[in-house]
Design a protein around this ligand. Sequence first.
Ligand code: MN
Length: 254
Amino acid sequence: MKPVLFISDLHLDPGRPAITRLFLDFLQDTACHAEALYILGDFFEAWIGDDAVPADHPVLAALRRFTSESGVPLRIMRGNRDFLLGERFTAQTGATLLPDPTVIELGGERVLLMHGDLLCTDDHAYQQFRAMVNDPAWQQQFLAKSVEERAAMARQARQESTARNTMLAETADEIMDVNQGAVEQTMREHGVLRLVHGHTHRPNVHTFPLDGTTATRIVLGDWYEQGSVLEFLHGRWNLRSLPLPATAAGHQGG
Ligand code: MN
């Protein structure tokens, strides 16, 4: 039996080469023996359109090699950072895009997969922004701009978001986590007792009562100081971190 693997929030960025290296090693050493690999959003730190990256982008090339050589199904959900991943990306990599949310069946159980930002309903400003950028008309307009214009807009959005988070500092912590009511309502709507998501960068396994039984919410960790992998094997779920090689950690420099 082979494991089914889940990761999210790698935030791959040329500025953090050790994490990209860790991911490429993970593909080669671990994921190639999996039943399937799920990436639940924010794979890239930023994505301003499939046409904005060079055809020989090293991560895309590695994904292409991975899917064609291993035959392992690669399923990617868009996150709030890489919500513009599209058809050209899937054609280049052999990945399949998953809608958010998606229900899969695993070990005879229905499992709800989400990026997680939809559950952060206390952050009203963010939900407004999310609705705007997920509007197909907005996306069409944005993608019609030049790569330079898009890059400038993305830079500005990041600066505004940093300023806003600093301003919110005291309340940000709670606002930016999931809303428990939204979690329960979403799980009810999809008829599941297990939810797997990322986004909040708070890796954990939460159990709580739901309609007279026990529900489980597994939160994947980010890939900043180390990797984070959720594995389903032989009916068991195991959330573990993936350490950076000692040499790479030494060169991380924060
Ligand atoms: Mn996110």
